[in-house]
Design a protein around this ligand. Structure first.
Ligand code: DI6
Ligand code: FE
Length: 388
């Protein structure tokens, strides 16, 4: 069954009125109110227009790369074995600690530009490769700077609970209490934090440890999100749902109880096919159960140097359809309105009166082409805040 226009909320021969970087009116061109007749019209040649895309989960700021580990895994080492051998996240920490804000920005901009070239207007950027106060702060300052150096809205996420640094090896609780939570408070005090995230996994932090970070976040009035059930089921998503988390991400190993918890709390499921593909995971996230339970599903690149060096949200959409059997309409919703919800944003992600005038214009005949092609970018133009 091929969905019609109504499935995407599509309007044929539409007009969109933009005033002060916001959408003032949208509808069939023939219904355009006469009050707008005097505005300068700009034809898009009948092309498809979608909301500007939103990449709601990235680690795009980081030092170094992990091509060497890529080769290790190709010689048989699993992702967890690489992590336990002191590789993985911790090896990127060394490179990031040696970097400064200017260098972090310069290293990230080619990846950011690649993402923007596909119509992204909102980009989430996490910390989490510093794991000490000063480097975590530098990462978040770099993320903020990217939002000033490029026409993109940046949402920052504190991910101090990403891994246990070498100097706290075997002492995760001490790291949470002595570094992670104090750094969160300092970063929040500098206006660097829009949300708080944590990696709940056997190779990272327990639900109890993450719970302490989330308690601190909520005392600061910050929304929380979680990397959960990526490699096993520790109940992280259920714990996060109990905190009213705005998203639970990865969730390959989410069970029925976890699905029900997300549905009850209104938490968005963020599906990350890049990590599933890169670490050659075999357990797919429970898409059918999430769909049946009405849990909103978002998509993101999870751009990071280890488990998902993926810098294409369009390819992410294709992978979500081909690997996880999401529909093209679900994939587009996952990169727009549901991605906005995963960031706790209500002013973007759809083309509607009052929303930001963030739009993507495409040289395609149908919306399904955006998920159908592999490694092809049909973007005609990107409109950010009403300016193309
Ligand atoms: O491998 C890396 O550098 C990041 C891995 C990434 N972080 C996380 O919490 N889960 C992931 O897949
Ligand atoms: Fe991630």
């Amino acid at each position: 069954m091929i969905p019609g226009d109504e499935a995407y909320g599509q309007i044929q021969d539409a007009a969109i009125v933009v005033e002060d970087a916001r959408i003032a009116w949208v509808g069939p061109r023939g219904d355009l109110p006469s009050q707008y007749d005097s505005l300068r019209a700009h034809s898009l040649g009948g092309r498809l227009v979608t909301p500007g895309l939103i990449d709601c989960h990235t680690h795009v700021v980081h030092g170094g790369d992990r091509a060497g580990e890529f080769e290790m895994r190709l010689n048989g080492a699993s992702y967890e074995e690489v992590a336990r051998a002191g590789g993985g996240i911790v090896s990127t920490v060394t490179a990031t600690r040696a970097s400064d804000v200017d260098r972090m920005v310069a290293d990230a901009l080619p990846r950011v530009d690649a993402l923007l070239s596909e119509g992204i207007c909102t980009l989430e950027i996490k910390s989490g490769y510093g794991l000490d106060t000063e480097t975590e702060l530098r990462m978040l300052r770099a993320a903020r700077r990217i939002g000033h150096e490029r026409p993109v809205r940046v949402c920052t996420t504190f991910l101090g609970a990403h891994a246990v640094p070498a100097e706290y090896d075997g002492r995760p609780d001490a790291y949470i209490d002595e570094v992670c939570i104090p750094t969160l408070r300092k970063a929040h005090g500098e206006g660097l934090v829009d949300a708080v995230d944590a990696f709940c996994e056997g190779i990272a932090f327990s639900p109890e440890q993450v719970n302490r970070v989330f308690d601190a976040a909520r005392k600061l009035g910050l929304p929380v999100k979680i990397h959960a059930e990526q490699l096993s089921n520790l109940g992280g998503a259920i714990m996060a749902a109990g905190h009213g988390a705005i998203s639970a991400d990865h969730i390959e190993y989410l069970d029925e109880a976890g699905v029900a918890a997300l549905a009850k709390s209104g938490t968005v499921a963020v599906i990350l096919p890049g990590a599933f593909y890169t670490i050659r995971e075999t357990q797919a996230p429970p898409i059918a159960a999430l769909r049946k339970a009405g849990v909103p599903m978002a998509l993101a690149t999870d751009n990071n140097p280890g488990s998902s060096p993926l810098t294409s949200l369009l390819l992410t959409m294709n992978m979500a359809c081909t690997l996880f059997r999401m529909t093209p309409e679900e994939a587009l919703a996952g990169a727009t309105r549901n991605a906005a919800a995963a960031l706790g944003l209500d002013d973007c992600g759809t083309i509607a009166k009052g929303k930001r005038a963030d739009l993507a214009v495409w040289d395609v005949k149908t919306p399904a082409e955006l998920s159908y092609r592999i490694g092809f970018n049909p973007l005609h133009s990107r409109i950010f805040g009403g300016i193309s």
